[in-house]
Write a protein that binds this ligand. Structure first.
Ligand SMILES: NC(=O)c1ccc[n+]([C@@H]2O[C@H](COP(=O)([O-])OP(=O)(O)OC[C@H]3O[C@@H](n4cnc5c(N)ncnc54)[C@H](O)[C@@H]3O)[C@@H](O)[C@H]2O)c1
Length: 593
């Protein structure tokens, strides 16, 4: 094992500057190299900008910042790296450039030095053969922002020496990082799972399926992600993202989902590279700033609810988990609710479930007993749809079967007064089918709540090609009153969240099936590399493997995208009854926990 005391970083852009900071914060001396004086100044500014922000936020003492910066020796040209023990390259994602740099590093660095690449998608093996020491070449893939994200993917090629892997793993531990060591495959773990999703989100913007704000809000609020996909694209850099996708497409079996969306190429050509150039999907205060400012695409306040109709009374049909949550949400927001179920027993159970939930709020001090009683008094319990003849809006949350929903909408059409908004909470069926079961398709809209409805802020407001703008505006205004964040999208399978989430989960299953990495490593990679609240296998066990399979099948059937075909392993687990937590076993064993 060589002692690693002095390290080199080549390229001080988005990643390189962050990597310099990680090393210097942990007491290593760093030689930081750029291609020209101008680029060096920009690299230095990246580093001082980030450390100054850390000081301003109280996360770093001013004297520690000064000590950190004193450990960095800024230089132009690779010649400055003759004495380093370890060097990592973070130049743009082009194979020929990286090979050229490695050939040069091989010449200037001492023979025992380890040469590492931070590539996200290129073959580490192909980079290594540009040197005379491929056994000392390794992939060390940091995540953006490098000082924050805990994960490092260590990529061992077929020729990387075991001692080099051991030295790099020890280095990661010294940096306070968690490493996963894996083989050389396009996108490794995290990017292989992330980039199909990011590209799909770009395609949604391109198709005007939903706005950038709505797509990002949907993934933050619906999945608890730290940032939405388009904000993340801006952080990664659109040029880098383009190169990663392009390489993954070519190296990873020509999966069309990795073929970069045409919009990306156009934005890169136009110089819209994301935060680093001050403009990407969003506009930033200045180049390199994380602060978003309004631009011509920023929606003006209040315009989405213009033309909304007044809603005071609401009917909720159904008696399951979603109906219970939805009744709670509406009554808490002051609406009068008529609940309709298929029998007195069901109504009694529903009423009981609502009381239990409200009592929990009372115990937690979020509701007084008087407020609870007032809320309960706002509900009328009924088993007869005729009682909905006078409500202003109906929200349907019955079983996810099209024939049942269509029959219900046909009845509502007979019973409800004109102008009433008729909403379905379906998560996978076409809203237009419900709409066309009535004589008033313009009044029908999707209101996709998330479970548990009282806790989840997001509601997807789904317009069909027949939904009127006044109906959509009414639905959005109602979301506002409920304290929910309504996002608009069109009537396509999976709406925004499920269409972006489930293919990613399915890809994780395919990766496990291919024995590329373990379920634990994949879960770690997404949590520590991308800040996800749960790894894909943890989430699948919570959601239910049967639910995930059903949604994935719908997406595959509607879009006919070969990459969306359900993972055979997922099908087998469902057939075997391993449905996740609810069955005691899914990807993991939950009995005895
Ligand atoms: N952006 C991300 O989120 C991210 C995350 C992980 C890994 N990566 C990988 O990190 C690498 C760098 O990506 P980035 O986003 O930081 O790119 P970037 O465009 O922000 O920075 C690249 C830097 O390399 C410099 N450079 C170019 N040629 C050079 C040379 N011959 N010698 C020295 N410096 C040179 C450029 O001046 C620039 O400052 C890529 O391989 C990328 O795939 C990126």
């Amino acid at each position: 094992m060589v002692g690693i005391n002095t390290v080199g970083v080549v390229g001080l852009g988005t990643m390189g500057a962050g990597i310099v900071e990680v090393f210097a914060r942990n007491g290593l001396n760093v030689v930081a190299v750029e291609i020209s004086d101008g680029a060096l100044d920009r690299g230095r500014a990246n580093l001082t900008g980030s450390t100054d922000r850390a000081v301003a936020k109280g996360k770093l003492a001013a004297e520690d910042r000064d000590a950190l910066l004193a450990r960095v020796d800024f230089q132009v040209g690779l010649g400055a790296l003759a004495e380093v023990d370890f060097v990592i390259e973070a130049v743009p994602e082009h194979l020929d450039l990286k090979q050229k740099i490695f050939a040069e590093l091989d010449r200037v660095c001492k023979p025992e030095a380890i040469l590492a690449t931070n590539t996200s998608s290129l073959s580490v093996t192909e980079i290594s053969v540009a040197t005379h020491r491929p056994n000392r070449v390794i992939g060390v893939h940091f995540f953006n922002p490098a000082p924050v994200m805990k994960l490092v993917e260590v990529i061992k090629t077929v020729v990387t020496a075991d001692e080099v892997v051991a030295d790099v793993e020890a280095l990661c531990a010294r940096l306070g990082k968690v490493d996963v060591t894996i083989a050389d495959r396009a996108g490794f773990i995290a990017n292989a799972l992330l980039f199909g999703y990011l590209n799909h989100a770009v395609a949604m913007v391109e198709a005007r399926y939903a706005t950038r704000e709505d797509i990002d809000a949907a993934m933050r609020l619906g999945c608890g992600l730290p940032m939405g996909p388009l904000a993340l694209m801006d952080l990664i850099g659109l040029d880098t993202a383009y190169e990663i996708l392009d390489t993954m497409y070519r190296r990873g079996g020509r999966d069309r989902r990795h073929a970069p969306a045409p919009l990306l190429k156009q934005m890169v050509t136009a110089g819209l590279l994301g935060r680093k150039s001050g403009r990407g999907f969003y506009t930033y205060e200045k180049a390199g700033s994380p602060v978003v400012v309004a631009d011509e695409l920023t929606p003006a306040e209040g315009t989405s609810v213009e033309g909304a109709r007044a809603v005071g009374t609401v009917g909720v049909v159904g008696s399951g988990t979603m109906a219970t949550g939805i009744i709670e949400v509406f009554t808490k927001a002051g609406f009068e609710v008529t609940s309709v179920t298929r029998g007195g027993e069901k109504s009694a159970k529903l009423c009981e479930a609502l009381k239990v939930n409200l009592n929990k709020s009372v115990v937690r001090g979020r509701l007084t007993e008087e407020e609870r009683d007032a809320i309960l008094n706002r509900v009328t319990w009924s088993t007869n749809l005729e009682h909905l003849s006078d409500v202003d809006m109906v929200v349907e949350a019955v079983v996810e079967e099209l024939t049942v929903k269509k029959a219900l909408f046909a009845s509502l059409d007979e019973i409800c007064k004109p102008g009433v908004v008729l909403a379905t909470t379906t998560s996978s069926l076409p809203v237009i089918e419900c709409a066309m079961a009535t004589q008033r398709p313009a009044d029908v809209v999707g209101l996709h709540f998330f479970n548990p409805a009282p806790a989840m802020k997001l509601v997807e407001v789904v317009r069909t090609i027949r939904t009127s703008s006044s109906t959509e505006a009414t639905a959005l205004a109602v979301c506002d009153r409920l304290g929910k964040h309504g996002v608009r999208c069109e009537d396509r399978s999976g709406f925004i969240v499920n269409a972006l989430l489930f293919p990613y989960l399915n890809d994780a299953v395919k990766m496990l099936e291919a024995s590329y990495a373990t379920a634990d490593d994949i879960d770690y990679a997404m949590k520590l590399g991308c800040g996800y609240p749960m790894g894909p296998f943890e989430l699948l066990d919570v959601v239910g493997l049967d639910v995930a399979l059903a949604i994935q099948r719908e997406l595959y059937l509607e879009l006919r995208e070969p990459g969306f075909s359900p993972a055979p392993l997922l099908e087998h687990l469902v057939t075997a009854g391993y449905l996740g937590r609810k069955a005691g076993r899914g990807f993991r064993d939950h009995t005895g926990r």
